[in-house]
Design a protein around this ligand. Structure first.
Ligand SMILES: [Zn+2]
Length: 179
């Protein structure tokens, strides 16, 4: 919600905040919204970009894979490298998706059928971001592509004291600078 308020407040975006693009494998949406020193990064993605399944982990192998994923996502500063001069701190405050649902047998809660018997589900992560010197935040580099090879493209939106920027990141060019 914070992201929505920030986006609306800062840019009066017409587009509704939660109008995510369709579930597309390989595609990740990433938003960074900063207001002065604090803000939020939000990631929205098909679970298939992170794991070979899109349901609540059932087998011990799937449970192990899901736990490994959770451990990687718990260190957002390793996945998203912000300009060091900005002295930013990141902390995961919300992580949602069938991979992180403990009870088995609740597929319906997160996944949904697409008419041909294949279940799809998404992962949503919110990261609290604070920067001591936000005016020095000039760019972002991500290690998502090398960490999770199923990811092919990241649509990035950045809103902050420097204005609003949009960029497409790919494995061959996983960084962006905006000032
Ligand atoms: Zn899917």
């Amino acid at each position: 919600m914070l992201r929505c308020f920030l986006l609306l407040f800062l840019t009066l975006l017409v587009r509704p905040c939660f109008a995510h693009e369709a579930h597309v494998h390989g595609h990740v949406q990433l938003t960074l919204a900063l207001e002065e020193q604090s803000g939020e990064m939000s990631l929205f993605s098909a679970q298939a970009n992170f794991l070979p399944f899109e349901y609540v982990p059932q087998t011990s192998e799937e449970i192990t894979q899901a736990l490994a994923l959770q451990n990687k996502l718990a260190h957002p500063e390793e996945l998203f490298v912000l300009s060091p001069e900005a002295v930013c701190n990141m902390q995961v405050k919300h992580l949602e998706g069938p991979a992180f649902t403990k009870q088995a047998g609740h597929h319906e809660e997160h996944g949904h059928e697409h008419g041909h018997g294949h279940e799809h589900a998404n992962i949503h992560m919110e990261i609290a971001v604070s920067c001591e010197k936000p005016e020095k935040l000039r760019g972002l580099r991500t290690t998502l592509f090398e960490t999770f090879p199923a990811i092919r493209e990241i649509a990035l939106e950045v809103v902050g004291p420097f204005g609003q920027r949009a960029a497409k990141l790919e494995a061959k060019d996983p960084s962006v600078t905006w000032q």
